[in-house]
Design a protein around this ligand. Structure first.
Ligand SMILES: [Zn+2]
Length: 293
């Protein structure tokens, strides 16, 4: 553990709680004045940062720094300062697990500092086509797996098709045995299929299968949001999705409306095992109805 303060942790907990219930997280809005960045060491050269939004992976050492996700643009200075506490080597690469602003918002700031930002082709296209395109778009795009050989680590960026969005990537750090998933797996709140960003139920389930298949019993899985878990937690999460999917399908077959299915309280049985559910239960049921109709 490095540079961690209790106050910072409290801020992070409160903020993550808000994110679980707030649909505003994709944009750059909000007040970031009180956000502090906390750093946690995962392995010799691997860390993750928490502030507001998705968790940032930092692989640091003599070969320079690789970042996975960049959080909101107003936080870039604080994030870079936190990285400088880890390493003074140049930040060479930043890649995104997906397009949402709480994961990619800092891209343009980093690009202006000379960082090479790399994303899926779909992610770059989504940023370019958004209502407020960033000042700088990713310079390097990829359609298949990309492997980084840096700082004694092998980091594999693995595209996950149409899951949380249409441009998801998970990153596996072989030496550390750490897998970063982005938001197609979250260890708090109910799943979020961002259908408006090209996500799909089928792709989410397939992506969770990839996580489980790529993980051993000791693999630490670092989600886009929420605490680190192991593959058993991801299995349980997928099982919950399958049960709810079946229950929603059954009610659709009986002719129930979306609101009737929401009112049926299907998620009540799972609320005790989902951290910070907020209103994500309703959101997820509505997404299931949309996907299964
Ligand atoms: Zn997201």
């Amino acid at each position: 553990m490095k540079a961690t303060s209790n106050r910072g942790l409290c801020v992070v907990v409160v903020v993550i709680g808000l994110l679980a219930v707030s649909p505003v997280v994709y944009g750059q809005g909000g007040n970031f004045d009180n956000v502090t960045i906390t750093t946690t060491q995962l392995d010799d050269n691997l860390y993750y940062l928490q502030g507001q939004g998705g968790q940032i992976g930092v692989l640091a050492g003599p070969d320079g720094v690789l970042m996975v996700d960049t959080q909101f643009a107003p936080l870039t200075d604080r994030i870079v300062a936190a990285i400088r506490d880890i390493s003074t080597e140049p930040i060479r690469f930043a890649l995104n697990t997906h397009e949402h602003g709480d994961h990619s918002g800092g891209n343009a700031n980093l690009a202006a500092m000379g960082v090479t930002v790399m994303t899926r082709d779909e992610l770059r296209a989504a940023l370019a086509g958004s209502a407020n395109p960033p000042a700088r778009l990713p310079m390097v795009t990829f359609g298949g797996p990309v492997t980084f050989h840096m700082n004694g680590e092998i980091a594999r960026a693995i595209p996950i098709a149409v899951a949380h969005t249409n441009g998801d990537t998970m990153v596996y750090f072989e030496h550390a045995d750490v897998l970063m998933t982005g938001d197609f797996y979250r260890s708090e709140g109910y799943p979020n299929i961002a259908i408006q960003n090209g996500g799909s139920l089928k792709g989410m389930l397939a992506g969770l299968g990839r996580v489980i298949g790529n993980s051993g019993p000791n693999t630490r899985i670092l989600p886009g949001h929420g605490p680190i878990v192991d593959r058993d937690a991801v299995r349980a999460h997928r099982d919950m999705m399958l049960v709810l999917m079946g229950q929603v399908q059954e009610r659709l077959d009986q002719g129930m409306t979306e609101d009737q299915i929401v009112a049926a309280g299907l998620t009540n049985a799972f609320d005790s095992q989902v951290a910070n559910p907020g209103t994500t239960n309703e959101r997820f049921i509505r997404q299931l109805v949309q996907e299964l109709s």
